[in-house]
Design a protein around this ligand. Sequence first.
Ligand code: AMP
Length: 307
Amino acid sequence: MSLLVIGTVAFDAIETPFGKTDKIVGGAATYISLAASYFTKNINLVSVVGDDFPNATIKLLQNHHVNTDGLQVLKGQKTFFWAGKYHNDLNTRDTITTELNVLENFNPIVLESYQDCEFLMLGNLVPKVQQQVIGQLKKRPKLIVLDTMNFWMDIALNDLLQTIALVDVLTINDAEARQLSGEYSLVKAAKKILNMGPKYLIIKKGEHGALLFNKDDVFYAPALPLEEVFDPTGAGDSFAGGFIGYLAQSKDISFDNMKRAIIFGSAMASFCVEKFGTEKLIGLTQEQVDMRVQQFVDLVQFDITLV
Ligand code: AMP
């Protein structure tokens, strides 16, 4: 039984009010896998990079229990590259560059040894490629979670709608929920999006937490108020990695357990933003993760007796 992760493995260049990086390692699948590795030790990766990608990072992923046999390294080609610049509030950003490079003709291959997958995390990637991965699985996983972004809504909406119809959980941010549904109210947006196919919708609201919807219920998880946020890149992916990693470990996909999973996801996102790139997600201890989750519990626990 395992967690299958797909998504970009990438180079990013990031600018925030606190600094600027040259090309550093990023990518949706990188953040997801690292965050999930604190909950499950059986992670299989499907992605693609060029031969400009550092071997040391592939080794690092392996040290975090990620099987990289499904990571294609294409000779003479360049890794996907994204550059983004954050506004002063750090909740919004502009994409400066998206160079698809190896993604342009990516043909994902789900290895035979990956077929036992019970949990599938479709990280941010070309929607058609996400669909191809679902199509290659001989048995439908217990849970399929999809993450995407406005970029794909802008250039591949029809493909994206087809992918959305195939999954159990969709995670997007508030601006993307509004763009996808054409509704300003997030409650109305959720209703419309749930009609597109998924049973659950998670709307991420950056420093304002995240909402989990299904047809009948809604749950809200806060984000941890942090003294210093350096770089929000990968927060959404770290959230997704913690969320599905926890579900894969506990093997319980009830709404109640998803509430817990959202807290674990939020905890991983809170680590991610404290340093640039993936730095903070590397080499955390179990004790650090547990203490962070406890901070979330303390943050929202209160007693009310209604008479
Ligand atoms: P997040 O901040 O969680 O939305 O994710 C940021 C990561 O997504 C970065 O490391 C980028 O490499 C990656 N990324 C940016 N644009 C795209 C895209 N269009 N498709 C897939 N991954 C992307």
